[in-house]
Design a binder for this molecule. Structure first.
Ligand code: GLN
Length: 201
């Protein structure tokens, strides 16, 4: 399998390490590299979009002519700013802020407050079938967005106080995964889920 991590901003190295470790745990052979060009997107099975600053990240992808090819990658996983880029709509968009417009979610940027109000807490995440036991993981929220609403075709993986903080969607043969927090900093479980979903494609 060939996985790319968008390499402009954020915890790129941590995402690469978490993906490699997830693949090792699952016994999958997987190449993981950072991607900063449109050519780098060719033949990818999956692309991970890290956190960072969503307006800047979008502009960098636009400048490099990557947007169309990003939309064609079979599976995309966005964390924090990456989840904002996947969303079809931004609730509090800045001056027509654009996204890839792929996932049926409405996100609100910076909805937990300022950078200094960032936090870490344990979260129950449902990564198996609906009746399976959820797993507990530490989740780090860094000036995170909130997912304000989601379409019926979106599967909720984790809630926090009734608000969706991780979810997935299958659409037209593609798979999308969004997390408001930063799993790459504390666990490989979400990366394992992403790879498993990709395999069951
Ligand atoms: N606040 C950032 C944004 O709105 C996201 C923060 C993050 O990715 N950790 O783009």
């Amino acid at each position: 399998m060939e996985i790319g991590v968008l390499g402009f901003q954020g915890s790129v190295a941590e995402h690469i390490a978490a993906t490699k470790e997830a693949a090792r745990k699952l016994g999958i052979s997987c190449r993981v590299s950072d991607v900063r060009t449109s050519a780098g997107l060719e033949r990818l099975d999956g692309l991970i979009i890290p956190g960072g600053e969503s307006t800047t990240m979008y502009k960098l992808c636009e400048r490099e002519g990557m947007l169309e090819r990003m939309r064609e990658v079979p599976a995309l996983f966005g964390t924090c700013a990456g989840a904002i880029l996947l969303a079809k709509k931004i609730h509090n968009e800045e001056e027509g802020q654009k996204t890839l417009g792929l996932m049926d979610i409405v996100v609100e940027r910076n909805a937990y407050g300022t950078q200094t109000e960032s936090f870490e807490e344990n979260l129950e995440v449902q990564l198996g079938p609906p009746d399976s036991e959820p797993v507990t993981m530490s989740a780090i929220f860094i000036r995170a967005p909130k997912i304000r609403s989601a379409g019926e075709n979106v599967t909720v993986l984790a809630n926090r106080g009734g608000e969706i903080v991780a979810c997935g969607q299958r659409e037209g043969g593609r798979f999308y995964l969004a997390a408001c927090f930063h799993p790459e900093l504390s666990t490989t479980l979400i990366h394992e889920h992403f790879l498993r979903r990709l395999l069951s494609g």
